[in-house]
Design a protein around this ligand. Structure first.
Ligand code: SF4
Length: 359
């Protein structure tokens, strides 16, 4: 099929194949990129209208000590490092309290894989937050869940079931990076493999724990890897309907080993961003929401991606450490600034909660 035939097929609501999606991603002419973007924008409009959502949330990274050595990560520290830390439960609760006072609807909790922390720590964290505050807990990547199952001695299913019982409301679909074991061996060799990531996500969905879905792009992956990754997500969503949204995460390269030592790409180009967002909107026909991450893209590029398939600007993030450590430079936007970014392009800003209920 030629480009126009693929785009017409997508516009008519028919599912495009992996090969067709690859053909779109490989397009080089800027005019062709724009054609893809226009179709993605039309599909977004048909699916979710002109509302652009955002959520008031706070990130809490409970420790930066991590036994893994992902090469794209500038956040991890060794225990001996002067700026290594572990937050006490009291410190975590204080951060939750501050967030609640600022009107946050979600606490996003993620951290390094720290051998010194026992299962009790995580248990107490969830129980104490829930005891004191009425707030949605969005926590623990599949990598952390795998680690928790190891230290608790429970199977994945039992671990997730228990965490849900004591307060885990939803999970970030992070640690996905690129769902291809060859790439994973190169960029995050100690991380769970593709099969385990899929198993944990599907188990969470079966237990009614919704998750996001992510991709980390702009480093060593090829377009083929991207499409295979998207295809895995589409299949899972067909089966479970458990993903709330898809969040493309553009690689922030500056302070990472992957760029400095292993000479990866220095992040994505603006054209790659546009193609990735547009093709994701077209290919992921069973996803309602696509988030433009202002933390990774910067505010103006995130605003631009709202014209290429995205319908959400993510969190206000009262605290964010991971991208900042990797060299992202930004100030936290106020709610007014986020609303302005949306209304400047003729769209309607609305606050949402984690599960996309409008507030
Ligand atoms: S990405 Fe996560 S698992 Fe990997 S090194 Fe960084 S903190 Fe550890």
């Amino acid at each position: 099929m030629n480009l126009e035939e693929i785009l017409l097929k997508a516009y008519e609501g028919k599912r495009i194949t992996e090969d067709e999606a690859l053909q779109l991603l490989k397009v080089e002419s800027f005019y062709d990129v724009l054609k893809i973007g226009i179709v993605a924008d039309k599909i977004r409009e048909k699916k979710v209208g002109n509302v652009v959502t955002y959520v008031k949330n706070r990130n809490i990274n409970y420790t930066n000590i991590c036994i893994n050595r992902c090469k794209f990560c500038a956040f991890r520290r060794e225990e001996k490092d002067v700026d290594a830390y572990v937050l006490s439960i009291e410190e975590i609760l204080k951060k939750v309290e501050e967030a609640v006072k600022c009107g946050a609807k979600e606490i996003c909790i993620q951290g390094g894989i720290n051998r010194k922390l026992e299962f009790d720590y995580y248990e107490k964290m969830l129980k104490e937050i829930k005891k004191r505050y009425n707030i949605h807990i969005h926590a623990f990547s599949p990598m952390e869940i795998y680690h928790l199952s190891k230290i608790s001695g429970f199977k994945i299913y039992e671990t997730l079931k228990y965490l849900k019982e004591i307060g885990l409301d939803s999970m970030p679909g992070t640690a996905a990076e690129i769902l291809d074991d060859e790439i994973r061996k190169r960029i995050c060799p100690e991380k769970i493999d593709t099969k385990t990531w899929i198993e944990i996500i599907k188990t969470a969905h079966k237990l009614g724990i919704k998750t996001t879905a992510t991709i980390l792009y702009g480093h060593v992956e090829s377009y083929e890897h991207v499409i295979r990754h998207l295809s895995i997500l589409r299949k899972i969503q067909d089966e479970t309907k458990g993903f709330t949204e898809f969040i493309p995460l553009a690689f922030v390269h500056k302070k990472t080993e992957l760029y400095r030592k292993f000479k990866s790409q220095p992040g994505s180009s603006s054209i790659y961003d546009i193609k990735l967002y547009s093709v994701s909107r077209i290919f992921l026909d069973n996803f309602r929401n696509i988030q433009a991450s202002w933390v990774k893209l910067g505010r103006k590029m995130a605003q631009l991606m709202l014209n290429f398939g995205a319908n959400d600007l993510g969190g206000l993030l009262i605290e964010e450490n991971i991208s900042r450590e990797a060299g992202a430079v930004y100030e936290f936007p106020s709610e007014q600034e986020i609303r302005l970014l949306i209304s400047q392009i003729g769209r309607i800003p609305k606050e949402r909660d984690t599960l996309y209920n409008l507030v």
